[in-house]
Each structure stands twice: as structure tokens, then as C-alpha cells.
Design a protein around this ligand. Structure first.
Ligand code: IPD
Ligand code: CA
Length: 263
């Protein structure tokens, strides 16, 4: 990786401020949901101008401040990625469905990837005013206070959050659920992969499992989990930045049991 520690630090500080600024823009739309035009991107997959405008703000701020960094956002796609050393991977609103239905479980997710690994991860939940932040090798925080995964060793020690989208067959998630419930566990799904993962990082959930998730949904939060003492699968293996991957994440002692839930 050719980025210096100071350059990563600078990007971390900028991402923290930017997540809050983007959160304020998204909150403006959240306060007036009836005025939004909602478009379908596929089954159970919607988008509104809140997602697009929030991403445009994040993209333009990053281009202004770090013109040589590439950008990859859920709504506007890749920009300058070929041969780029550093890539910002952004979901402007993760949890679009809960957002549009007036529920609080949505967030802004900003990751910075360089040299094949995530160096910075920031996830901001505006309705809760919770900012989750991590810089590689420097721990994870929630509103500035250090966070840690729960010290769980068994599936019955808490709740595992599951993710699911129509990108994978129904049978797969049914198998995950059956194994989890028969193993003495319990499931939750809050509609935002990024936030579900951050709740694992701070010990609210004991694990996260999803057969397929996109990089913009999870990269920032996966760094939060490892920096909070947790373990995740090697999400970025292969071409996952572009095509997504399965995700398994949780406390190290519980990780084998979580991985065994996967189809
Ligand atoms: C989705 C959410 C959901 C996860 C899906 C994602 P969106 O993103 O993160 O929790 O299960 O894989 O596609 O549509 O809310 O941006
Ligand atoms: Ca998303």
C-alpha cells in the first residue's frame, strides 16, 4: 500500500465529518417521506432521490478533497477504479426499505480500501445519532468510546442477525434459519446490513450471517468488527469488491458455529 499513515488518518477524519454531513442531508428527506418518488430496482429493492442525492453529495465532496482516489457507490457505480490505489466504497443509505417505511434502522456507510484491504470504516445512524468508526489497527468506537464484540461462545448467548436479499435462493436462508434455531439460537433482521454488523461490533448482536451481500453494504462495518476484536470471513477474496460475497462475522470463539450455519 502506498498510502502513508498520515494520509489514512486524514481520510479517516474526513470520512467521519462527511458521514455526519451526509446524514443531515438524508435526515432532511426522512423528515418528509411523503414527498419522495420511489422507484423499484427489482423485487424488494427500492430507491428514491434521497439515496441518489446523498450519494452525489458524498461523491462530490470526496472528489474535491481527494481527486486521485476512486469512488464506488451503490447508486452511481464505479468511477476511476481501473488502476486506482485507493477506492472509497459507499452506501449512501443502507436500509433503504426501513428508511422509506419510516423506521430508524438505516445508515450511511463509508469505507476506504487500499492495497486490497479496508483501512477506514465509518457508519453513521442519524436517527440514533450513533457514529461507528474504525481505522485499521486503531480499534473501533461508537460516538468516540471504544467498543468490543460480545464475549459469546454459544449460539444461545444472544441474538444472531441474518441478512437476506432476493439475490440468493430462499432455500439457503431457510437452511441458515433452521440450523440457527435448532442450535439454540435466535434471529433478527433490521433491514440494514451495515447497521446489523455494527451492532455485532458493539455487542448488541452476537453474530451476522448473510449468503450474499454487496461490498458497499458491509466493508466499513466489517472493519468495525475486526477492530472491535471480532472475526469475519475474508470478504474481499476474489472479485467481491465488484460482485459481493457471503458474510459471516462475530466473536472469535463463536465464529466456527456461525460459519457452520452457512449453506
Ligand atoms: C440491503 C440491506 C440488507 C441486506 C441486503 C442489502 P439496501 O441494502 O443492507 O440488510 O440484507 O443484502 O442489499 O437495499 O438497504 O441498500
Ligand atoms: Ca445497501
Amino acid at each position: 500500500m502506498t498510502y502513508t499513515t498520515a494520509q489514512i488518518e486524514e481520510r479517516f477524519a474526513f470520512a467521519v465529518d462527511l458521514a455526519r454531513e451526509a446524514g443531515a442531508v438524508a435526515m432532511g428527506y426522512f423528515a418528509d417521506l411523503d414527498s419522495l418518488d420511489v422507484t423499484s430496482k427489482g423485487p424488494q429493492d427500492v430507491v428514491s432521490q434521497a439515496d441518489v442525492q446523498t450519494e452525489m453529495l458524498i461523491r462530490s465532496r470526496l472528489a474535491e478533497r481527494f481527486p486521485n482516489d476512486a469512488f464506488f457507490g451503490e447508486e452511481t457505480g464505479p468511477q476511476g477504479i481501473d488502476g486506482a490505489e485507493g477506492i472509497w466504497v459507499v452506501d449512501p443509505i443502507d436500509g433503504t426499505q426501513p428508511f422509506l417505511m419510516g423506521m430508524a434502522t438505516w445508515c450511511i456507510s463509508i469505507a476506504f480500501v487500499a492495497g486490497g484491504a479496508t483501512r477506514v470504516g465509518v457508519v453513521f445512524s442519524p436517527p440514533a445519532n450513533e457514529l461507528f468508526a474504525a481505522r485499521e489497527g486503531h480499534g473501533a468506537t461508537l460516538n468516540g468510546r471504544a467498543i468490543h464484540v460480545r464475549d459469546a461462545t454459544s449460539l444461545s448467548d444472544g441474538v444472531v442477525t441474518l441478512g437476506y436479499s432476493t439475490r440468493t435462493p430462499v432455500e439457503e436462508i431457510l437452511l441458515v434459519m433452521e440450523r440457527l434455531l435448532r442450535g439454540g439460537g435466535m434471529f433478527a433482521r433490521n433491514g440494514s446490513g451495515a447497521l446489523g454488523l455494527c451492532y455485532v461490533a458493539c455487542g448488541r448482536f452476537i453474530g451476522y450471517v448473510e449468503p450474499h451481500i454487496n461490498s458497499w453494504d458491509c466493508l466499513a462495518a466489517l472493519l468495525l468488527i475486526t477492530e472491535a476484536g471480532g472475526r469475519t470471513n475474508d470478504f474481499l477474496a476474489g472479485d467481491a469488491l465488484h460482485t459481493g460475497n457471503a458474510v459471516v462475522a462475530g466473536p472469535p470463539a463463536l465464529y466456527p458455529a456461525l460459519a457452520a450455519l452457512m449453506p
